[in-house]
Design a protein around this ligand. Structure first.
Ligand SMILES: Nc1ncnc2c1ncn2[C@@H]1O[C@H](COP(=O)(O)OP(=O)(O)O)[C@@H](O)[C@H]1O
Ligand SMILES: [Mg+2]
Length: 137
């Protein structure tokens, strides 16, 4: 288990540390309440992988892919989906070949991914973010 504390000033360094954990077959499931900073962190992870494309709000797009120096990275936001719809996105196949960050992984059925990095983002009292990272398998 690894714990990272960061603010908007140090988010670049935090994003880089998290980016090292991304690889095909090891999706990053990003937990945290609305406003915790999941999309903002993802945006900086994409930037740290030298992607030249802007991350738009996945609230409207559900799935977006980026070509990065390490290969394709998917940013998936399941907020608006139910368990039934998530089964139709083909995430298992994408996970085999590409890197993946999933917001609102609570929407997935239990044991959807057998192996993953669980990342839990929390807002501390002073506004600093705490990210707890654990490998689950
Ligand atoms: N590390 C941080 N420190 C301070 N504010 C942050 C941080 N990360 C995100 N924010 C702010 O919190 C708000 C919500 O962020 P967002 O990434 O949309 O959250 P989520 O995707 O978890 O709902 C934004 O206004 C953003 O600027
Ligand atoms: Mg979000």
């Amino acid at each position: 288990m690894k714990v990272i504390h960061f603010t908007l000033e140090s988010i670049g360094q935090a994003a880089r540390e998290v980016s090292f954990l991304l690889k095909p077959g090891m999706p990053l499931l990003l937990y945290g309440e609305m406003g915790a900073g999941k999309t903002t962190l993802t945006k900086h992870i994409v930037l740290s992988l030298e992607c030249c494309e802007e991350v738009t709000s996945p609230t409207f797009t559900i799935m977006q892919s980026y070509v990065t120096v390490l290969g394709t990275l998917w940013h998936i936001d399941l907020y608006r989906l139910d368990e039934h719809s998530t089964d139709e996105l083909g995430l298992e196949e994408l996970n085999k070949q590409d890197m993946m960050i999933v917001e609102w992984p609570e929407r997935l059925r239990a044991k959807f991914f057998l192996t993953y990095t669980k990342a839990t983002l929390k807002v501390l009292e002073n506004g600093t973010r705490e990210l707890v990272l654990e490998v689950v398998n």
